[in-house]
Design a protein around this ligand. Structure first.
Ligand code: AMP
Length: 251
């Protein structure tokens, strides 16, 4: 599902379902779109059949939380983590400026992610106004139930964590992905994250000012030996189901 207002992306969600569940979940997706921070004037839902044998099963990343008391300290935390993954401080600064200023034209938000060559600092997604939309990712019912239970146990339950953890787990599964940085464009949701295969999914509070409608996603990639078409095809088309939940740490 993706929803837009005046051609500007306001909400999106991806699911993989058994056919009998489709009708029920379509209703949930429409409710989700209608409860966006801004009333959408367009909601697009597309449903594709998936061949069960084509599904890859994975474990979700471990979840950790760093509480920060300001955007500045959130940026410092994110910088330390991204540097530990090998991203240069200059590139991290550049990316923070892009996400804070709006990833699309005229300071608006893209509906997909930026793909950033971690060595040159160049954006390499083919359409820089759209980005790459990570799709065809979900949890098995059992894994989703367990994740919900664990998130509730630690007081960090939020549908955004569930959806973003799924995206990050799919993205970080690929060897080309060095790390991901993201925060929501929802003005009320200020917790962002940094994710990588080595560090897991690290939630960082106060990543942006409350009330800011700016958000975005950046995938830092290693371009040595990268087939961009193959990488994008994986992110957009390869069905991936999470059937095991990584460790959830107390905040
Ligand atoms: P959200 O956390 O849903 O508010 O998304 C934050 C930003 O990430 C959005 O403004 C988009 O630029 C981007 N985004 C959202 N969903 C996806 C997705 N499935 N794949 C890639 N980028 C996304």
């Amino acid at each position: 599902m993706r929803a837009a207002a005046g051609n500007i992306h306001v909400s999106g969600s991806e699911r993989i379902l058994y056919e009998p569940d489709v009708e029920k979940v379509l209703g949930e997706l429409i409710c989700r779109a209608l409860s966006s921070y801004t009333q959408p004037d367009e909601i697009i839902i597309s449903v594709d059949e998936i061949e069960p044998r084509s599904i890859t099963y994975i474990q979700s990343l471990d979840v950790k939380t760093v509480e920060s008391d300001s955007c500045l300290s959130a940026e410092e935390t994110a910088t330390q983590i991204l540097e530990s993954d090998g991203i240069s401080p200059e590139l991290i600064k550049k990316v923070f400026n892009i996400l804070r200023g709006g990833t699309a034209a005229e300071g608006n938000n893209m509906r997909g992610a930026i793909i950033m060559d971690a060595s040159s600092g160049n954006r390499i997604e083919p359409d820089i106004s759209r980005g790459i939309r990570v799709s065809r990712i979900d949890y098995t019912e059992e894994a989703r139930g367990l994740l919900e239970k664990e998130l509730h146990r630690y007081g960090i339950y939020h549908t955004r964590v569930i959806e973003a953890l799924a995206i990050a787990s799919k993205v970080c599964r690929r060897a080309e992905t060095i790390a991901e940085l993201c925060w929501s464009d929802n003005p009320d949701y200020t917790t962002g994250y940094v994710a990588s295969a080595t560090n897991g999914y690290i939630r960082i509070t106060n990543m942006k000012e409350k009330g800011s409608p700016r958000g975005g996603r950046v995938l830092f990639v290693n371009t040595a030996g990268l087939s961009l078409d193959d990488y994008i095809n994986y992110l957009e088309r390869q069905p991936v189901l999470i059937n095991k939940i990584g460790n959830i740490h107390a905040p």
